[in-house]
Design a protein around this ligand. Structure first.
Ligand SMILES: C[S@@+](CC[C@H](N)C(=O)[O-])C[C@H]1O[C@@H](n2cnc3c(N)ncnc32)[C@H](O)[C@@H]1O
Length: 314
């Protein structure tokens, strides 16, 4: 009888442990999706309604962190992404193709596949691409960048970049995995975005979180957690090239007045009081490389150049 009771207790304990582990793994993945529940559909609606306002203040480059002359920033971006002649690249979250058209004019024989979730932005982008005679070089379509592997073939692109667009994603893990699939071996993922700041001071951290939540709600955003994004990139199989603040010279930096103008003019995400305002984000750029070798097959390797890769395949 006692043995029977012990057995039942053991089974109950085991079931409890399993339930706890399932709950924990669910809340782990939930971290990548938390804060505000945006969806590609809610982001589509947001940009269909607000793109004209963004264009009015930001011009055709819809990025908050930039230099006063935005061309300097785009030039920097090209170098940082290591985009070169003859490459095929995917601009994930392309806005109205302001950056894409600029890049196409700077780099010979560059083919850009641009995707935005907003059908209105696609219309504007197509018009702009046509006017600039770039139809052969820049191709834009409506789609969800979290499903890049449904929009483009496997091992298709040399670069996949997200320029202040990644933070809209409600499934960042999936976005990274899909980017991995469409990249060629040796291809690079590049993300430039806002990342939640961190503080040891409890009050400060609470303010950071609260202000970030307001931004998320106002802009259909889910400000990135650096740890989670880096972890997802590494788990996907990428090797990190760098994580750093964009390397712009201080005197060229625009000091985010453009975002303040936007907030004031359109009352979107407006800062009501500076009294207890804590700047809530850092801007970082992350670049990572898809290895030349197959990381699940050649698990013993760390780096390998193209020559080595050919030898292993042979
Ligand atoms: C802040 S704008 C940046 C636009 C552009 N990268 C630029 O520099 O001008 C964010 C862009 O991400 C796009 N976006 C957000 N979520 C998306 C998704 N799930 N799939 C495709 N595009 C998305 C929006 O439609 C918008 O074009």
């Amino acid at each position: 009888m006692t043995l029977y009771v012990i057995l039942i207790l053991l089974i109950l304990l085991q079931a409890g442990i399993i339930a706890f582990l399932i709950w924990q793994s669910r809340s782990d993945t939930k971290l990548m999706k938390s804060v505000s529940e945006t969806t590609p559909e809610s982001v589509r609606k947001f940009y269909n309604e607000t793109t004209d306002k963004f264009l009015q203040v930001y011009g055709e480059i819809i990025q908050a962190f930039r230099t006063r002359d935005v061309a300097d920033y785009l030039q920097y971006t090209l170098q940082s992404m290591d985009v070169r002649e003859g490459m095929t690249v995917i601009d994930a979250g392309c806005g109205v193709c302001g950056p894409a058209c600029y890049f196409a004019k700077q780099i010979n024989d560059l083919k850009i596949h641009a995707v935005t979730v907003s059908d209105y932005q696609v219309q504007l982008a197509q018009q702009k691409i046509g006017e600039q005679g770039l139809a052969e070089r820049v191709e834009v379509k409506q789609g969800d960048y979290q499903q890049l592997d449904k929009l483009y073939p496997e091992e298709f692109a040399d670069r996949v970049f997200f320029l202040e667009s990644f933070g809209h994603s409600n499934d960042k893990e999936q976005a990274i995995l899909s980017a991995y699939r469409v990249l060629k071996p040796g291809g690079k993922l590049y993300i430039k975005d806002l990342f939640l700041r961190e503080s040891n001071n409890e009050w400060e951290q609470q303010r950071i979180n609260d202000i970030a939540t307001q931004i998320n709600l106002a802009y259909q955003y889910q400000i990135c957690d650096l740890h989670q994004v880096v972890s997802a990139i590494r788990r996907a199989g990428f090797l990190i090239d760098f994580i750093r603040p964009p390397q712009v010279e201080r005197d060229k930096f625009e000091h985010l007045t453009i975002s303040n103008d936007f907030q004031n003019l359109f009352n979107i995400g407006k800062i009501e009081s500076w009294d207890d305002y804590v700047f809530p984000v850092d801007f970082f750029e992350i670049r990572a490389t898809k290895p030349e070798f197959n990381p699940s097959r050649d698990i013993h390797l760390y780096f390998m150049n193209r020559q080595d890769a050919t030898q292993v395949v042979e």
